[in-house]
Design a protein around this ligand. Structure first.
Ligand SMILES: [Zn+2]
Ligand SMILES: [Zn+2]
Length: 745
């Protein structure tokens, strides 16, 4: 038996090995093996079975070890890895390393844990003697006497403040017994045991949900590939539809993956899924998969799925690679979220990989969002995806009222920049009086190099690319980072002539201070990446907020994701412009999504909600469409712009980023490369640039970029990769390709 192995050794090559007799039964396509590469042993994955074409078989080395008795990559995952390597221009070994968690690759040992329980009861005399002779042993005994089942030893010892020797003494006397069990380390099991209120019973479906569920149930029975887009307004009960679809998939014998943008932010969803699984199919468990898992938790989860013991995986981006058996449904919640895109190699998009994996398995992919990405919506409009709609909130709750405050007027009235406008301040005071809760959102910080007029709201845009121009401090210019258009930075507004043109951006801290001045008696908490360094702090604050111990929550949009607080009746967005004026063709889409999602946090309980949005450009389309909750209107208008400028979904975009410490050398090689690409491939794509990246220098490295606008990725990427290999790159110029980039800065 001869196999071709992809070694995980930092290079992209298939190497062949002989499989010794004793390992043959365990070796198959997808097996994780250890093989000699040079003088060391490396891990690798069997890619093919069969001899090489151009190498004498008798010179082949032997496979040293097969790590697991079953393939670490199922057939579909192996196919998927090849597709990803080709599409995202990534090396096979980095793709495989992304698919198989490090804990699994390193073959970490399954952890065992000692449980302790009562073996026999002591008589009253024995107990009295024990109290006298060894009070701590008695404490331990008394605790365990009341317990119905065995508990982890460490936990019991710490609860009763006793030592291991006390336990040992009682075990030796036969009073207690210890059992060693393999531990299932499930993340969030704590959430459930602390009695978070989670309805495990299915909610009754309204008419629209009923239609969506019926359609999905029918589709799932066919066990054929397909994609549905579930477009449901905020609060319309999408999760309930997901849960029913999952139920149907399990009932038909299939496995399920559910992707959420960030698991740490959605403990509610996970808890609901857990308890529902228990209710609909006792014994069904799910593996939670996310970046904060310990190695042991990861390995346990992976083994439970790979062995078929558990059939449901829920997690962030990388859960799309969970080794679920007989995969028949992949749910992608909040499919529009940029968090699904990985920003290191392989630079894959979790949603797009989910669709491809579903295709390879003959599974159904269900994409859900209140604000679908225009890519997915265009696919639905073209009939490639099914479209399911939920247009009403559950229990016929109304959408919140939506006020847009014109900050130009507020600034003039206040004679200077103010973070809280009068209408917002009044609404806040009123809510506090009524003992209702509120959330203030501040746009994500960090990027603020667009310039905006404080008087008329005007922002400079590139005439060729319809994106905001970027201010470059080094040479006082405004530049388009897509095409390189350049002009001197203005000192006066080009539209109204006012000298009030300046940087944008308010920090969360400043807003928090303004809130404290306005509402001195309110209980205020700030949530942003600075205050959230401790990961549990996030859940703590949300817990306190839920219990009503906090009146005002101030934070970046990280707190806007999928949270459901019935007592929140006011949501304020302090600076709606910031996301609109980033140099990204998706800026309008992001702003629309942000506004709708943020508004969706208000009025989820019995009381009506209100949204107040502050903007220097209140007439902007993204704001006006969001105000009227008009997704279709927004999509139609924005798709027209994308069509006109040839942006996705019309064409694909590939970003080529170049980095180097010597700016002249970097510019020279970037231009040489651009010339070469124009010569060889210019007829098959549109090139824009080279231009300096909007953040032109990071950690002493200068950054330039080039954009390829292409009708189809796979046709271009292979040729581009070959051309890159032939080009004579100097050592100090680094370059990377990002296919379908989500972050344009
Ligand atoms: Zn102006
Ligand atoms: Zn331009």
């Amino acid at each position: 038996m001869i196999v071709g192995v992809h070694p995980l050794a930092g290079f992209d090559k298939l190497l062949h090995y002989k499989v010794p007799e004793g390992l043959r039964s365990a070796t198959a396509v997808g097996s994780l093996v250890r093989v000699p590469v040079g003088r060391t042993l490396c891990l690798g994955v069997v890619g093919v079975v069969g001899p090489p074409e151009d190498f004498p078989v008798d010179k082949l080395k032997l496979v040293a070890e097969v790590i697991y008795p079953f393939p670490a990559l199922t057939r579909d995952l192996l196919q998927l890895s090849r597709w990803m390597a080709g599409y995202y221009a990534a090396a096979m070994d980095t793709v495989i390393e992304t698919m198989i968690p490090a804990a699994v690759r390193h073959g970490a040992r399954v952890k065992e844990r000692t449980f302790i329980s009562l073996a026999r009861k002591l008589t009253a005399e024995e107990q009295a003697a024990l109290i006298k002779r060894a009070p701590s042993q008695h404490r331990l005994y008394a605790f365990l006497e009341k317990q119905l089942k065995a508990h982890p030893r460490e936990l019991v010892l710490s609860r009763t403040k006793t030592s291991a020797s006390s336990a040992r003494a009682l075990v030796e006397r036969g009073v207690l017994k210890e059992t060693i069990t393999r531990v299932e380390r499930h993340a969030y099991s704590d959430e459930l045991s602390h009695g978070e209120l989670v309805a495990s019973q299915p909610h009754a479906l309204n008419a629209e949900q009923g239609v969506a569920v019926a359609s999905l149930e029918k589709t799932l029975l066919t066990r054929r590939f397909g994609v549905s887009l579930l477009h449901g307004v905020t609060g319309s009960g999408k999760t309930e539809v997901y849960l029913r679809a999952i139920q149907a998939a399990l009932a038909a014998g299939g496995g399920v993956i559910m992707l959420v943008p960030e698991v740490a932010l959605t403990p509610q969803t996970v808890a609901r899924l857990r308890s529902r699984l228990e209710a609909i199919a006792p014994g069904h468990k799910c593996v939670v998969w996310h970046s904060h898992l310990s190695e042991g938790e990861r390995l346990d989860g992976w083994l439970a799925l790979a062995s078929g013991e558990v059939r449901v995986a829920v997690g962030a981006r990388s859960a799309v690679f969970a080794p679920v058996r007989d995969l028949s449904l992949i749910v992608v919640d909040e499919e529009h979220e940029p968090a699904y895109k990985q920003d290191e190699s392989p630079r894959y998009h979790g949603r797009d990989v989910a669709v491809m994996r579903a295709r390879l398995c003959g599974a159904h992919c269900l994409l859900g969002s209140a604000t679908p990405s225009l890519e997915s919506h265009a696919n639905a409009l073209a009939g490639r995806y099914g479209l399911l709609r939920l247009t009403r909130r559950v229990d016929s709750r109304s959408l919140p009222s939506f006020t847009v405050v014109d900050m130009r007027i507020e600034v003039a009235r206040a004679r200077g920049l103010t973070s809280l406008s009068r209408p917002l301040a009044e609404a806040m005071s009123l809510r506090l009086e009524r003992k209702e809760q509120m959330i203030l959102f501040i746009n994500r910080r960090g990027y603020s190099s667009s310039m905006q007029c404080r008087k008329c709201g005007h922002v400079e845009e590139c005439p060729h690319c319809s994106v905001t121009m970027t201010y470059h401090r080094t040479d006082e210019t405004l530049r388009c980072h897509l095409c390189g258009e350049q002009r001197p930075a203005p000192v006066r507004c080009a539209k109204c002539g006012a000298p009030d043109i300046r940087w944008r951006g308010l920090g969360t801290q400043r807003v928090e201070e303004a809130v404290r001045r306005l509402l001195p008696r309110a209980r205020i908490e700030r949530m942003d990446t600075d205050t959230m360094i401790k990961k549990n702090r996030f859940r703590e604050i949300l817990g306190e907020f839920r219990k009503g111990k906090i009146d005002v929550l101030v934070g970046t949009q990280m707190i806007g994701k999928g949270l459901d607080f019935p007592n929140v009746t006011l949501v304020g967005l302090v600076d709606a412009d910031l996301s609109m004026h980033i140099p990204d063709f998706r800026a309008n889409e992001r702003t629309f999504q942000l506004l709708v999602q943020v508004a969706g946090r208000a009025g989820r309980g019995d009381r009506a909600g209100e949204v107040v949005v502050q903007s220097f450009t209140p007439q902007a389309e993204a704001i006006q469409f969001a105000r009227h909750a008009d997704y279709d209107g927004f999509s139609a208008a924005e798709l027209e712009v994308r069509e006109r400028f040839g942006y996705p979904p019309k064409r694909h975009l590939i970003r080529h980023l170049f980095r180097g410490t010597n700016p002249d050398k970097l510019k020279f090689f970037t231009e040489q490369w651009a010339k070469k690409v124009r010569e060889v491939m210019g007829g098959r794509m549109e090139l824009r640039g080279p231009a300096p990246a909007p953040i032109e220098k990071i950690k002493d490295e200068y950054r330039w970029q080039l954009w390829y606008f292409v009708p189809s990725v796979t046709k271009v990427i292979g040729d581009l990769s070959r051309l890159r290999d032939e080009f004579a790159w100097p050592d100090d110029v680094k370059e990377m390709l990002d296919v379908d980039p989500m972050n344009l800065v």
